[in-house]
Design a protein around this ligand. Structure first.
Ligand SMILES: [Mn+2]
Length: 326
């Protein structure tokens, strides 16, 4: 697949020709799509453009510190017209959600993105599947436009770069990531403060639920599979919601000697939600598919009808079979 299609000059032409610009983020917004959009708004407004921010989804509380976080609107009809619609970090048109309707009221459409599967769904596309984050491409875009960085813009770009690289730990992290980071640091980036907000501070519910999850931790398959379970009663006791359990499965996977990890949680309607993880070269997506779920080779999910323990036994048996095969 052709992944190198950076075209900041084409995007710059679109921007220079536009006065009113709608910037669209993707559904279930993350740090990269919101950081990209917020940075664009700050930069383009500094050059006299009129910028409108759109996102079909709730801005996560954790990202409410972003400059302009309160400016994102869900399109409800009646917006525009705009000279340009620019989507950022949106891998395909479906991921625009309600923002897709803005195409019809925009004279020109363009996008900046870093997903290798992007089908280039706008009129002008600057897409590089090898870039660590869309925010890396935004930095390049601003350079081509001749718009200088500011501390506020640096905060936005750091948010996207740090979250999409797993705080500079994922394999997408490359030399360009750190070259851009060097420039952001020169703007007085408050690194420690932002790192705390994005990667350290947890809600009380999350920490209490972590205690329950670790209390349930068991090792199966000769110690190569970490299994954790959370019941409805656990969530109730912690005052926690299902989303507070989202990253807990990693504690199982991070345990030395484990190749796979699973976290099963009781959900509404008697359903059980599974988070499956594997260390390369092991994979769990085939197990997830077998039980009606899906996902990535090393990170998948399943939703099954309970009861909890019977479901866990079936999934763990499938995992044990795979680790025994190696
Ligand atoms: Mn991204």
């Amino acid at each position: 697949m052709e992944t190198m299609r950076r075209n900041p000059e084409a995007i710059a032409r679109c921007i220079r020709n536009a006065k009113t610009i709608a910037v669209a983020s993707h559904i279930n917004p993350d740090g990269d799509t919101l950081g990209s959009a917020a940075a664009m708004a700050l930069a383009l407004e500094a050059t006299g453009k009129e910028v409108f921010l759109f996102c079909d989804g709730k801005i996560p509380d954790q990202l409410s510190f972003l400059p302009g976080a309160d400016r994102f609107r869900v399109p409800a009809g009646g917006e525009g017209p705009f000279d340009l619609l620019l989507s950022v970090d949106v891998s395909d048109e479906k991921r625009m959600g309600a923002c897709a309707a803005l195409k019809a009221v925009s004279s020109m459409t363009a996008q900046i993105d870093h997903h290798p599967t992007n089908p280039l769904f706008m009129q002008e596309n600057s897409v590089d599947g090898n870039a660590a984050a869309t925010c890396v491409l935004i930095r390049e875009q601003l350079a081509v436009l001749g718009i200088p960085l500011t501390k506020e813009i640096a905060i936005c770009l750091y948010t996207g770069i740090s979250t999409d690289t797993g705080n500079f730990a994922f394999s997408c992290t490359d030399a360009e990531t750190f070259r851009v980071m060097g420039e952001l640091m020169e703007q007085g980036l408050p690194l420690v403060e932002l790192n705390n907000i994005l990667f350290r501070v947890k809600s009380r519910e999350q920490i209490l639920l972590l205690g329950k999850a670790l209390g349930s931790l068991a090792f199966r398959g000769n110690g190569r599979i970490a299994v954790m379970t959370l019941t409805k009663a656990d969530f109730l006791a912690c005052g926690a919601l299902s989303e507070h359990a989202d990253t807990l499965v990693n504690y199982g996977l991070d345990t030395r000697g484990t190749e796979m990890a699973v976290l099963a949680r009781e959900a509404d309607g008697g359903q059980v939600k599974f988070s499956l993880r594997a260390k390369n070269p092991f994979r769990v997506d085939d197990i997830a598919i077998r039980f009606g779920g899906g996902g990535h080779p090393q990170a998948s999910g399943i939703t099954m009808q309970g009861p909890l323990e019977a479901c866990v036994e079936r999934v763990v048996a499938a995992m044990a079979e795979k680790v025994a095969d190696e």
